[in-house]
Design a protein around this ligand. Structure first.
Ligand code: ZN
Length: 183
């Protein structure tokens, strides 16, 4: 089932989400939420979605990138389901400087600088431990999604002078400046 996505201004997007216990994760309700999140992300061509964006204050995020029309420059990422994710920065370089967008902040892009080499330690949807390491743009995607679990939106981290409406972004930000790796 496709879920409604909360928009910036909704106080739930600013809350800290709760960790799941193994028992909670195993419930039909949470399993259904996870599959609905995946369905919703795909339906709206998002690169990822976090549970607070659909009104649940639980530490769940999903991500997937395959020829994403909202992010044509992005490398592909097979479906990831992160339960209780923790991010560790692996190196000070590279940094990713990328115009991010968010399903909860429609039509806005802004340039965010983030560590570009990270490790995500989490459970999968069955509660099995998993470790993902990302270098480059996908590191930014993972951090963006995990930020949602702490009530942080990309606009909090963006250089305010780079914020732009989608139409102006398309007109004025050249393709080669949309995603930069600083090594
Ligand atoms: Zn977002």
């Amino acid at each position: 089932m496709q879920l409604d996505i909360l928009k910036v201004g909704n106080p739930l997007l600013r809350q800290i989400s709760e960790e799941l216990t193994f028992e909670q994760l195993a419930t039909d309700a949470v399993q259904e939420l996870i599959s609905n999140m995946v369905e919703t992300m795909r339906a709206v061509s998002g690169a990822g979605i976090a549970a607070p964006q659909v009104g649940h204050l639980l530490r769940i995020a999903v991500a997937e990138v395959e020829k994403n029309e909202r992010y044509p420059e992005m490398p592909e990422l097979p479906l990831r389901i992160w339960i209780n994710p923790q991010i560790q920065v692996l190196a000070p370089r590279p940094e990713v400087l990328m115009y991010e967008g968010c399903l909860s902040v429609p039509l806005l892009r802004g340039q965010v600088r983030r560590p570009g080499a990270i490790r995500v330690t989490s459970w999968n949807e069955r509660g099995e431990e998993q470790v993902d390491e990302f270098r480059g743009y996908l590191a930014a995607v993972a951090q963006h999604e995990c930020d949602h679990l702490d009530g942080t939106l990309f606009v909090d981290r963006a250089d305010p002078k780079t914020l732009c409406h989608w139409d102006e972004f398309q007109k004025h930000v050249p393709q080669e400046e949309r995603m930069l790796l600083i090594s």
